[in-house]
Design a protein around this ligand. Structure first.
Ligand code: ATP
Ligand code: MG
Length: 180
């Protein structure tokens, strides 16, 4: 599985619709301070279901919507689409390509789409759990997170390894079953 394409419109500093095509291998994003490099990874975490405005470096979720600039009016919605190559079927869905879209309006209304079909956030989290991709997954390690992992309690650190090993899903299911 690999990240093939990211489409962003109205998200943070990206007022205009932009598309970034990734190729297998290493991609480096370079640019001056404040040019939007971190906003690219914020967009990836957001589309995968990030619910914490603070972890997206905002105060409230509405802060992810383009707030306007000297030359451009603010927008009313933000939308991010992530396209993954799934030819190895690492994501348990019978499609060679998986696309995930999240949209949020200033009114607070929001929606998620999986391969252009409306779905719940839970469908997305379930699908990506243990694939290594997800808002909390080890595939996205931001500045500061390295220290956090090193300084975390053994139990918390263990859950990172469990997710990487693909056993977290079973532990969560077991917990759910025990509570019934
Ligand atoms: P650094 O090198 O300092 O880490 P960076 O390239 O990672 O910088 P980002 O943090 O991604 O930069 O982008 C910050 C920019 O995004 C700021 O200029 C900020 O004004 C802009 N920005 C953030 N949220 C919004 C928003 N809702 N509307 C418009 N612009 C926004
Ligand atoms: Mg940055």
């Amino acid at each position: 599985m690999f990240l093939k394409r990211l489409e962003v419109v109205g998200f943070k500093s990206f007022a205009e619709r932009i598309g970034i095509d990734f190729v297998p291998g290493v991609t480096a994003v370079v640019g001056p301070n404040g040019s939007g490099k971190s906003n690219v990874t914020d967009a990836i975490r957001w589309v995968l279901g990030e619910q914490s405005a603070k972890s997206l470096r905002g105060a409230k979720m509405e802060d992810v919507i383009f707030a306007g600039s000297e030359s451009r009016r603010a927008l009313n919605f933000a939308e991010v689409t992530l396209v993954l190559d799934n030819t190895d079927e690492q994501v348990a869905i019978p499609y060679t390509e998986v696309s995930v879209t999240r949209r949020v309006y200033r009114s607070g209304e929001s929606e998620y789409l999986l391969n252009n079909q409306q779905c719940r956030l839970k469908d997305i989290t379930d699908l990506f759990m243990d694939s290594g991709l997800g808002k909390e997954a080890f595939s996205i390690i931001s500045q500061g997170r390295v220290d956090e992992i090193l300084n975390s309690r053994p139990d918390d650190r263990r859950s990172i390894f469990e997710e990487a090993a693909g056993v977290l899903k079973y532990k969560l299911r077991k917990k759910k079953a025990e509570h019934k």
